[in-house]
Design a protein around this ligand. Structure first.
Ligand code: NDP
Length: 588
């Protein structure tokens, strides 16, 4: 099926060196982490996603064109999605299968697609195998073009899903939901938007995405820069030109070296007159084993092939009898040490790969990540490291400190001025927040994020008691899954089944019981407490930039297989996990 390619290093590396070697590397990991924690004691507060005032242009949609005037909408729908990315598309597809007709997507962008609408930076692609990542392939009778899909193909797939399930009919684009308020008498949500709409919906699904609101590092003087600047999720192709030829005579800077920057930098390096990469912590760069899909393989795929593939991926990992016996003979400490040593071996292979590709020794050293693999999101790219061999590409390694000052000419680091024409922020997104741009008020008028003040409280990361008929997708307290669409599909299937249950039983609303919610909060806490791994990691958004005390404000760590089991179990006892109301109080 595929041409011969180098295989990714992954985590499959056997520890074979004396323990002293691994202990020394662990010590270096700890030193590097402590250095970063010292530089950023403000944790998540080092960033801002309040892009208003002077920073407002960082959030303006460069793709949607003029906002077309329209009359405010004052109607009622059955299901309303806040956000039009994969969460909304996957859940809507299932709702249609249950016969739900009245579905509206309200979306800030000018089309569906979510992440794939906003992220159009050069080189944008997905690191999860396309045959797994692109959902509803059986339903749409589509086979992705490559082992890994590029952004435009995924965006087009989102549009194809919306067309197939008639989701454009009631959708409202370039519209931001600003408040979502429960009306107990009507058993309805009242939804207001920035376009003056006053809509009502029986069910509301918060499908606003896991990483959707761009954030900037709070860097002194950032707003004084006189050159051109933008965030990677708002790529200014009018300035760079679609083929980046607009950068031919430009000195370009990029802040950040996460998964986005790793994909954008090779194109920028090839196009810009000069490129400065401002690095705080390097990413781990593994091999990307990509290939075009073999048309003969695609033709032979049996009906329902993706559903079977997904079912296999959701199965509990099986161990052979020999593996089980080996595990049983090891103490807990020995198992932990074995895993850590294997992880360090994998990271050393990542280091060796850097040495074999990057010619300048100092640059190669600076590109080496010193933390356990998976502490930060691993990256896969074949052109990123070679880009640093180009004479016009310069790595500015800030040794964990980061850029702390920008003036009208550009960033300043250790007294050196970097004079730029354009500065690109690859500084990421606000993480897994429910109700961005929007305030959500439940039965007692309490805003959802106020309820969460002392810790997030949900059932399965989806329901929160006091917010009937509200469903949260992609938020905290749900399972983490590298293939996000599989996770979103599991949640979407659950939500559609809950809505179908309420409709079939003539219920107007369902709300998680306090007991069910408390059970889940304790499950999340118990599983999060099992490992100190996050605390030992270099800071990043995976561990709240080092804010370790956040016990329940994270993902459920019991594993995706177990999470899916819990979804099924909760639905098997709907009447004990939820309270239901049969008709609106106003019709009594
Ligand atoms: P990230 O949050 O992962 O990266 C932000 C980057 O900005 C980090 O390198 C951070 O450094 C750096 N940074 C922050 N402040 C400063 C500063 N003052 N000076 C210098 N550098 C600074 O954002 P991304 O947009 O890269 O990625 C977000 C997520 O989106 C990914 O983790 C992934 O889940 C998803 N994604 C997936 C892709 C794929 O499938 N390949 C592609 C793109 C994104 P530090 O590391 O020190 O904090």
């Amino acid at each position: 099926m595929n041409e011969k390619v180098e295989k990714p290093i992954g985590l499959a590396a056997r520890p074979t060196r004396p323990q002293e070697f691994y202990d020394n590397v662990k010590r270096k990991f700890a030193e590097e982490r402590d250095l970063r924690l010292k530089y950023r004691p403000d944790g998540t507060a080092q960033y801002t996603s309040d892009l208003s005032g002077e920073l407002a242009h960082y959030e303006v949609d460069p793709y949607g064109g003029e906002v077309t005037p329209r009359a405010p909408i004052n109607d009622t729908v059955e299901c309303l999605f806040i956000g039009g990315g994969f969460s909304a598309l996957l859940t809507s597809a299932r709702l249609r299968e249950y016969g739900v007709e009245s579905i509206r997507i309200v979306e800030r962008g000018a089309d569906v697609g979510g992440t794939w609408y906003w992220n159009r930076y050069p080189g944008v692609a997905c690191d999860v195998v396309a045959y797994d990542y692109l959902p509803l392939l059986d339903e749409l009778d589509y086979v992705p073009k490559n082992h890994y899909s590029r952004g435009p193909e995924i965006f087009a797939h989102c549009q194809a899903i919306a067309k197939k399930y008639n989701l454009y009919e009631l959708a409202t684009f370039q519209t931001t939901v600003t408040s979502t308020v429960w009306n107990e008498a009507e058993q309805m949500w009242h939804i207001a938007t920035d376009r003056g709409d006053r809509m009502k919906a029986r069910f509301v699904i918060c499908a606003n995405g896991t990483l959707s609101k761009p954030k900037l590092a709070k860097i002194k003087g950032l707003e004084t820069f006189k050159g051109h600047s933008f965030h990677t999720s708002r790529w200014d192709y009018a300035y760079t030109k679609p083929d980046l030829s607009g950068l031919e005579d430009k000195v370009v800077g990029i802040i950040g070296t996460g998964a986005t920057a790793v994909q954008a930098i090779p194109g920028l390096g090839a196009a810009a007159k000069e490129l400065y990469v401002f690095q705080r912590t390097p990413s781990s760069i593994d091999i990307r084993d990509d290939w075009p899909t073999d048309p003969n393989w695609a033709r032979r795929l049996p009906k329902g092939w993706q559903a079977r593939r997904r079912a296999l991926a959701r199965m509990e990992p099986q161990m052979s009898e020999a593996q089980k016996a080996k595990q049983a003979a090891m103490s807990h400490e020995e198992k932990v040490r074995f895993q850590e040593n294997a992880n360090i071996e994998a990271m050393m292979k990542i280091h060796q790969r850097i040495d074999s590709i990057v010619k300048d020794k100092a640059t190669a050293e600076a590109l080496k990540p010193w933390y356990m693999l998976m502490c930060k999101r691993p990256c896969f790219h074949n052109d990123y490291l070679p880009t640093f061999n180009r004479p016009n590409v310069h790595l500015v390694d800030t040794h964990g400190k980061g850029i702390t000052e920008i003036n009208e000419k550009g960033p300043v680091f250790e007294g050196k001025q970097y004079e730029l024409d354009v500065l690109i922020y690859a500084t990421g997104f606000e993480v897994q927040k429910t109700g961005i741009y929007n305030e959500i008020r439940g039965v007692n008028g309490l805003e959802l994020n106020d309820k969460y003040r002392d810790g997030i409280r949900t059932l399965l990361g989806i329901h929160s008691q006091g917010y009937p008929n509200l469903f949260i997708m992609g938020g905290y307290q749900a399972s983490f899954q590298f293939n996000l669409t599989d996770m979103l599909q599991a949640q979407g299937d659950h939500i559609a089944a809950c809505i179908d249950y309420a409709r079939r039983h003539g219920y107007q609303s369902l709300d998680a019981t306090p007991a069910a919610e408390e059970w889940w909060v304790q499950e999340v806490i118990e599983h999060r407490g099992k490992t100190g791994r996050n605390q030992e990691c270099t800071p990043g958004y995976y561990n709240f930039e080092g804010e370790f005390q956040r016990r329940q404000d994270g993902n459920y760590n019991g594993g995706f297989f177990q999470y899916c089991n819990h979804l099924t179990e909760v639905r098997a006892r709907m009447e004990s996990n939820f309270t239901f109301k049969s008709k609106p109080l106003s019709s009594d």
